[in-house]
Design a protein around this ligand. Structure first.
Ligand code: GRG
Length: 294
């Protein structure tokens, strides 16, 4: 399997589906729909949609069948990025190499575009009722709500904000990363696998895989904020240090952080030992997550 080709192919599938499933700029309210499409369709890695498809494939499903769910995950992700960039949060001007949503559309519209994207995500999940059994669709709704809300991404963001400017413990930073970033990545893998009928053992193993790649991904993100190439990552480097954010390099140093990310990658891959060739994309994605340069 060639990972580069796999990622490109799945990314193209996700982007074509997003283009089709997102509201048209010809529909009212036009400005809201422009703001939504501006952020969602801006150049991103599409890691969460790709993980939905790879999770489906691991349990014998087809990537085409989980495209609406893949789009739902990217909508939730885009919502979190738009809100994360707002003046009341990180107050960032650039994201994915472009001006942030509020810089182009204003603060109120950016907030509303984010809200609408979260709602749209659940509409997309509910639309799965035409192709998958109802109990699987309900379970995916539950796990996405859990991963996005107070016990997931929002909870992680709150602890992150509360930690700014003070020393934090290893447990606290793990909590922040697991919730702010890991929860949605784990939910991505699980959404595909649950919809395509993964059994209990497979789902448990994929949950552990997701938790490990989630942590590895965020450690790699912390490292890239120090040694990354601004052109490639599409936003200024050094913003974590400037905002006195809780990061792995701050707590453990750069070299130890790299080792910890690699350890999580190995843990992730070892959780896939019950799967055969069908989980090869997930194995290679785990490696890519720590080796990436954007
Ligand atoms: C305000 C109600 C409310 C909810 C939002 C803002 C927020 C809660 C959560 C923040 C979540 C967040 C922005 C986490 C950071 C995750 C992260 C590393 C994002 C970058 O992901 P990539 O690298 O980006 O996959 P691309 O652009 O490639 O998609």
């Amino acid at each position: 399997m060639n990972l580069h080709n796999y990622l490109m192919e799945r990314k193209n599938m996700a982007e074509a589906a997003l283009d089709k499933l997102l509201p048209s700029v010809l529909d009212t309210p036009v400005r809201l729909h422009e703001a939504i499409r501006y952020s969602v369709l801006s150049p991103g890695k599409r890691l969460r949609p790709i993980l939905v498809m790879a999770g489906a494939e691991a349990v014998g499903g087809y990537p085409e069948d989980v495209l609406p769910a893949s789009c739902a995950l990217e909508c939730i992700h885009a919502f979190s990025l738009i809100h994360d960039d707002l003046p009341c949060m990180d107050d960032d001007d650039y994201r994915r190499g472009r001006l942030t949503n509020h810089k182009v559309y204003g603060e109120a519209m950016a907030m509303l575009a984010g809200d609408a994207l979260l709602a749209l995500a659940f509409e997309l999940i509910a639309s799965n009722i035409d192709r998958f059994p109802a109990d699987r669709v309900v379970e995916v709704s539950r796990l996405l709500a859990h991963a996005s809300g107070n016990r997931g991404m929002v909870g992680g963001q709150v602890v992150d904000i509360e930690s700014e400017g003070r020393d934090i413990s290893p447990d606290e930073i793990r909590y922040i990363h697991a919730h702010k970033t890991g929860a949605l990545l784990t939910a991505s893998v699980l959404s595909g696998a649950v919809l395509c009928g993964g059994d209990e053992l497979q789902i448990n193993r994929l949950r552990s895989y997701g938790e490990s790649i989630g942590l590895a991904f965020q450690i790699a993100d912390d490292i890239l904020d120090i040694i990354g190439d601004q052109e490639k990552i599409g936003k200024p480097v050094g913003s974590d240090v400037k905002q006195n954010k809780a990061t792995f390099p701050k707590l453990y140093g750069l070299e130890e952080s790299k080792k910890l990310a690699e350890e999580e990658m190995r843990k992730a891959i070892s959780n896939l030992d019950i799967f055969g060739e069908s989980a090869e994309p997930l194995r290679q994605i785990a490696r890519y997550i720590v080796e990436r340069d954007l």
